[in-house]
Design a protein around this ligand. Structure first.
Ligand SMILES: [Zn+2]
Length: 474
């Protein structure tokens, strides 16, 4: 069992964030002041269903203890084993038809079989159709006393006002750094894992402040019951904080040597994007601290502006090293005034360009080698274009799966050039437990469909927290 599932909160005490909402909800349960409909609004998908389930369970628990579900009574046990028929979970994304809601309303009239209240949890409620919303509104206007609704959404603006006004609404905030850290500390203690402070910071920063991501990353980084920042540095090809500080110092001090340092980083095969992300974080944090002590941060703002701009640009650039080199040059150029230093820059640009030429050449050779392995003919290319023109018209986008991110991650995991190209030329559809790749021609199919590629794709999907999924190539 993954750590995320193992530590999914089973009672309110373990729900480590959103104290205000948590306390309001549990007090309402304790004083039997629960309402007929709740609307839980979240900035992202993580965690809202956990709270919805927890609330449903606590409302129905036979012996709530200290405003928590007891986890031992018949109801709590049946809930855990998912055999409780009175708590009904519906994913609106797949139940948008009005008939589903009608059926739900009809069934809601019957008393619960075991529990005090029949509870409907409707996840992603904003996905319901207009007609379905109207049907839902009818029952929300006069809900039977034995029924409660817990609606959850990540896109509150898509839920009609009429529905919102009939619910008790809770807006959840993003989990804070402190809360995330305390949850990770708790897991580390329970699992007897030794973790240093720098690792916690690294994990939280790279989780985008989503608990699920943080726990998954935490789990990935454990080796020998330990997570150490030094290990992370060597494992993930990131740059140590000393090096980042040194780099930042050189940038601030208009030191031309920063270009050489950057070259060394590239040659060491470090992860350049991660490096820049860290650099931006570090500069931002120093700037914030300086503001607090009343120091000037003009030069920090100047650097951050450029780094941030080029970080975003790097996402669409063919060669991120060049993009970041431009950012560095831009920073230094604006600082430079003397001719002597300008000459020095010129020299460095020339040497960097030489370096790029060499790099490009070796990249081209690699592509040529792979091409000769694959043998694409002109008619293959025509097939691909034909397919793509047809598919472009019928293209649908109904899932949250980010195809580009998937392909980018494959690239980062050293997928062959031809595999990523073949995927770009295919149509990729994502369903709950299936990734369907519609290859654009027989040659693209052939180049995707190997056992090596399958396992590589699975491991990349795993890194994107998509597990237990089948890959079908048609
Ligand atoms: Zn109970």
């Amino acid at each position: 069992m993954s750590l995320y599932l193992k530590y999914r909160p089973s009672d309110f005490d373990n729900l480590v964030w959103q104290d205000f909402i948590k306390d309001t909800l549990r007090k309402a349960v304790a004083n039997e002041k629960t309402v007929g409909a709740y609307l839980l609004c979240w900035p992202r998908w993580t965690g809202k269903t956990t709270t919805a389930r927890l609330l449903a369970k606590t409302i129905n628990c036979l012996n709530p203890y200290d405003w928590n579900p007891c986890l031992e009574c018949e109801i709590c046990r049946e809930f855990k084993s998912e055999s409780l028929v009175d708590i009904i979970e519906i994913d609106a994304a797949s139940h948008t038809w009005v008939d589903n809601i009608r059926e739900l309303i009809e069934r809601a009239q019957f008393l619960p079989t075991k529990t005090k209240y029949k509870i409907y949890i409707i996840d992603e409620v904003h996905m319901l159709s207009k007609w379905a919303f109207n049907a839902l509104l009818k029952i929300l206007e006069e809900p039977p006393s034995h029924v409660k609704f817990i609606l959850a959404t990540t896109e509150t603006h898509k839920v009609p006002e009429t529905i919102i006004s009939r619910c008790q609404r809770y807006d959840f905030k993003r989990i804070s750094h402190v809360d995330l850290k305390s949850r990770l500390l708790y897991i580390a203690q329970n699992e007897w894992i030794e973790v240093d402070d720098a690792s916690y910071d690294y994990i939280i920063k790279n989780s985008n402040w989503w608990l699920r991501n943080a726990i998954s990353l935490f789990e990935q980084l454990i080796s020998d019951k330990k997570i150490s920042y030094d290990d992370i540095v060597s494992k993930l090809g990131i740059i140590s904080s000393e090096e980042i500080n040194l780099f930042l110092d050189k940038l601030l001090n208009k030191d031309i040597a920063v270009l050489e340092l950057f070259d060394t980083i590239i040659n060491d095969w470090k992860n350049i994007k991660l490096f820049f992300k860290e650099l931006i974080f570090t500069a931002k944090n120093i700037a914030i601290n300086k503001v607090k002590t009343g120091e000037s941060i003009e030069n920090y703002i100047f650097i951050l502006d450029i780094l941030d701009e080029y970080y975003i640009k790097s996402k669409n650039s063919l060669d991120e090293n060049t993009t970041f080199t431009i950012a560095i040059l831009k920073i230094i150029w604006n600082y430079e005034t003397t001719t002597k230093k300008e000459n020095h820059i010129q020299k460095n640009i020339v040497s960097i360009e030489n370096h790029r030429e060499l790099e490009k050449k070796s990249e081209t050779n690699k592509i040529e080698e792979e091409k000769s392995e694959i043998n694409i003919s002109k008619s293959d290319i025509e097939d691909i274009f034909d397919f793509w023109q047809k598919e472009e018209k019928t293209k649908t986008n109904n899932s949250n799966f980010d195809v580009n991110l998937f392909i980018d991650n494959l690239k980062k995991s050293w997928a062959k050039w031809w595999l990523t190209m073949a995927l770009r030329w295919s149509k990729i559809d994502y369903y709950d437990d299936l990734l369907e790749i519609k290859a654009s021609s027989s040659i693209t199919k052939k180049s995707i469909d190997s056992s090596d590629n399958h396992s590589l794709m699975h491991s990349v999907l795993g890194e994107m927290w998509i597990e237990n999924i089948k890959i079908k190539i048609v």
